[in-house]
Ligand binder design. Structure first.
Ligand code: SF4
Length: 467
């Protein structure tokens, strides 16, 4: 008689309560951590993924439930966990929020995983089988040689991108960022051959490299990127990709040339602000050191190789006023930036920014855990010294209107085509801009949602991953 398998239900919750710039169906990527858990789970378990990016949660029978959550989705994660806990089915919460707020999470779920899951998952399942699952498992920071490949086949087939990770950690220490606290404060690089092997196994032709900075810092990191891109080319891996990087992405043109040949179509640069003192305040050291005059050189070099620039900017910085935000918009609209991700300064738990604002009594949405659903980068969750809430809302809406109106987006598209001489880069960045437009104006009936086909008659375009 065959032994019945135990059932593990994995859940990727979605914050659907409010609009947000980062959380949206069209800009989502497969939940890599849950794919890694699927790989780590032995064969005597049946694994099922409920991914709210596509399907709203409906109760499924389970022996054990594993949920991942960002801060913005943790309120929803707790709702789902409570449904199971009330039926006596233990739930486990992992991901960055559980790592930053372990005591809060333990009040709702049976068990939490703090940090990276690889070193603890096997023990956790063994403990569960023995009826001795602990309240907390704390993962070690392992060398990347020990990273397992995610089981891509569990992800929904309609994801436009595959998510692939080549490194973890960051040596920088930006005040608003929780990456160093979660993944460590130095780069850990995955062996290149292992990443290339994984790329050969995935079915997607479009890949998002989820690394916080694909190329890292320094000459060694540049050599690694060159080797990686050469590996993609030499193995004949036909992919088009998008990644995040620092402003040093353009330091070595050989990197740019090979990245483009290996399929890089767009790069997200965390620019944040065009004002040096603001960059210094948030400890964005590399950008502050380079200075705004160097930015245009960086953008132009990237364009030379047919790669589009997606600039990420923050509004509502502590020293921002209506005038500085207006100046930021003017800078963005006039600079050689192809696509724009404009977010509101959001203090995430576990960051120095959050701790400082909380100590100063400035956190406005502080009825936790319920209020975490507001922490999605599209809403003002703290009290600004120089602008009241009404002014902030009005000014931010005005700036987003100036950034994402149809006229500006069309102008940017034409400029991208001229500068990159690459229709694909143009369409990727334009598609990304349209997507942000649709998010920003999602609840504004006077602003119609845009499609690529609406403008310029772009039809039957295959390379439109963002639409
Ligand atoms: S924002 Fe980017 S550079 Fe700064 S600490 Fe986070 S991952 Fe590193």
């Amino acid at each position: 008689m065959t032994k019945q398998k135990k059932k593990l239900v994995l859940v990727n919750p979605l914050n659907t309560s409010t609009k947000g710039l980062v959380i949206h169906r069209q800009v989502i990527y497969p939940p890599l951590g849950l794919g890694i858990i699927a790989t780590l789970t032995p064969d005597d378990w049946e694994v099922e993924l409920i991914d709210e990016n596509f399907d709203s949660f409906e109760y499924r029978e389970a022996d054990l439930v594993g949920i991942t959550a960002l801060t913005s989705s943790v309120t929803r994660a707790y709702e789902i966990a409570t449904i199971y806990e009330e039926k006596g089915i233990p739930t486990i919460l992992g991901g960055i929020h559980a790592s930053m707020m372990p005591e809060e999470a333990k009040k709702i779920v049976s068990t939490i995983v703090v940090g990276e899951v690889e070193s603890v998952w096997k023990t956790l399942l063994e403990d569960f089988t023995k009826g001795k699952m602990k309240r907390q498992y704390t993962g070690q920071i392992l060398p990347m040689e020990e990273m397992v490949r995610p089981k891509h086949e569990i992800f929904h087939k309609d994801y436009k991108f595959a998510s692939v990770q080549t490194s973890r950690g960051c040596p920088m220490n930006c005040e608003f960022c929780s990456v160093p606290a979660f993944n460590g404060n130095s780069y850990r690089y995955r062996p290149i051959e292992d990443v290339l092997d994984e790329l050969e196994t995935i079915n997607h032709s479009m890949v998002y490299f989820v690394d916080d900075n694909l190329i890292g810092y320094g000459r060694r990191a540049q050599r690694r990127t060159i080797e990686f891109c050469n590996g993609i080319i030499e193995r004949g891996i036909k992919i088009e990709w998008f990644c995040s990087a620092s402003m040093n992405f353009a330091d070595n043109e050989e990197v740019l040339e090979l990245a483009a040949k290996a399929g890089c179509r767009m790069v997200l640069l965390g620019i944040e602000s065009e004002r040096i003192e603001q960059l210094q305040n948030m400890n964005k050291r590399l950008n502050a050191k380079m200075g705004i005059d160097s930015y245009e050189i960086v953008f132009n070099k990237i364009h030379k190789y047919g790669i589009a620039v997606l600039g990420a900017f923050i509004y509502g910085l502590e020293t921002d006023t209506p005038e500085t935000m207006e100046a930021r918009t003017s800078y963005i609209n006039n600079a050689a930036i192809d696509s724009v991700q404009a977010t509101v300064l959001t203090p995430l738990p576990g960051t120095r920014l959050f701790n400082r604002l909380q100590e100063d009594g400035k956190i406005r949405f502080n009825n936790f855990p319920q209020d975490w659903q507001h922490y999605h980068f599209g809403e003002i969750v703290w009290n600004h010294d120089l602008m009241n809430q009404e002014t902030m809302n009005k000014e931010i809406s005005k700036n987003w209107d100036e950034l994402y109106n149809e006229k500006v987006l069309k102008k940017k598209f034409i400029r991208t085509l001229k500068q990159t001489k690459s229709p694909i880069a143009g369409i990727w960045s334009y598609g990304s801009n349209i997507q942000y437009h649709n998010l920003v104006f999602e609840h504004d009936d006077s602003r119609p949602q845009l499609n690529l086909e609406d403008i310029f008659g772009l039809k039957d375009v295959e390379s439109t991953p963002f639409m």
